[in-house]
Ligand binder design. Structure first.
Ligand code: SAH
Length: 289
């Protein structure tokens, strides 16, 4: 008589030890192509649409909707294309199992290996600032959990992401593969690489947009060089733990001169990021730390 109970308990224990992505609900019934958008003006309609077409959990969809409302209020999602990317991205799939319940909190979360995934508000604002359009090439430095690239994959089919911590890069590549196998095909086309992102990804340059998710005290010249004319980069710049999030625009003037303009996404507020590290240890800061 004890047997069914034990089996269930063992199964529950096994599931707790799994990455969240292995516990995904039913596979998505509908493929998301650029013309497919969930309802974005009504919570109930959104949740019903996502359950029916994407097989996701009601509880997580309600949490995602609540965070979506707060982000619009706070001007962290700027246009409907970023609304759509946020509402389609399953942030819980990129959180550690122990943080599953906290996936939609405002705060950053630990993702292992001494690094963190930024809070949804910051990810949303940085994503909105690069204004990604379908078909554009986007480079992300600092793959981390993979959540930032999840937003990007709903904005364009050309996402390139580089991570320096090898086991983390491998873990996230496996998460994308698992999601793609489960039917989230859009994750199967994210291009991943384990390398020092300071040097960009020359073979695929130029990039229309670049998003840097680790803090550094200067803009890496190779990244500026690999940014297309008319391109936008967002990058946290400043001394350790004291970055300002800059939007950098590269333009060509009528006289042929290439100019760079900078704008602070938080009007001077300090936003701390994990350090932009070097292979073999240390950071890329010219200040030496
Ligand atoms: N975009 C990530 C945020 C992770 S935090 C997400 O959505 O979860 C920043 C990441 O940048 C960390 O994973 C860190 O290991 C990585 N990183 C730091 N220096 C790097 C470098 N030189 N090249 C590539 N990635 C780097």
């Amino acid at each position: 008589m004890m047997r069914p109970f034990l089996t269930a308990a063992l199964l529950a224990a096994a599931m707790l030890a799994m990455p969240v992505s292995n516990m995904a609900a039913a596979a998505p019934a509908l493929q998301v192509t650029p013309d497919v958008t969930p309802p974005m003006d009504n919570q109930q309609a959104y949740v019903e649409w996502m359950v029916k077409n994407r097989g996701e959990k009601i509880e997580k969809l309600n949490e995602r909707w609540a965070r979506f409302q707060a982000m619009i209020q706070n001007k962290d999602l700027w246009t409907t294309k970023e609304y759509r990317a946020f509402l389609l991205s399953p942030r819980e799939e990129f959180a550690l199992t122990r943080n599953y319940a906290r996936a939609y909190e405002h705060n950053f979360l630990d993702i292992g290996y001494g690094v963190t995934i930024s809070g949804p508000h910051l990810v949303g604002r940085m994503t909105s600032a690069i204004d990604v359009k379908q078909g554009e090439k986007v480079l992300e430095i600092g793959t981390g959990s993979g959540y930032q690239s999840s937003l990007l994959t709903y904005l364009t089919d050309k996402v390139y992401t580089i991570e320096i911590i090898e086991p983390l890069g491998q873990r996230t590549a496996a998460t994308y593969k698992k999601l793609a196998t489960d039917g989230y095909k859009e994750f199967g086309r994210i291009n991943t690489k384990i390398a020092d992102g300071y040097y960009g990804w020359q073979e695929n340059a130029p990039f229309d947009k670049i998003i840097v998710t680790a803090g550094i005290d200067h803009i890496p010249p190779p990244l500026l060089q690999q940014l297309a004319i008319g391109g936008i980069m967002v990058i946290p710049v400043g001394p350790p733990g004291q970055q300002r999030v800059l939007k950098v625009v590269k333009q060509k003037q009528p006289d042929g001169a290439v100019t760079i303009t900078r704008e602070d996404l938080y009007s001077g507020k300090i936003v701390p990021f994990v350090p932009f590290t070097k292979s073999g240890g240390g950071t890329h800061n010219s200040g030496g730390r």
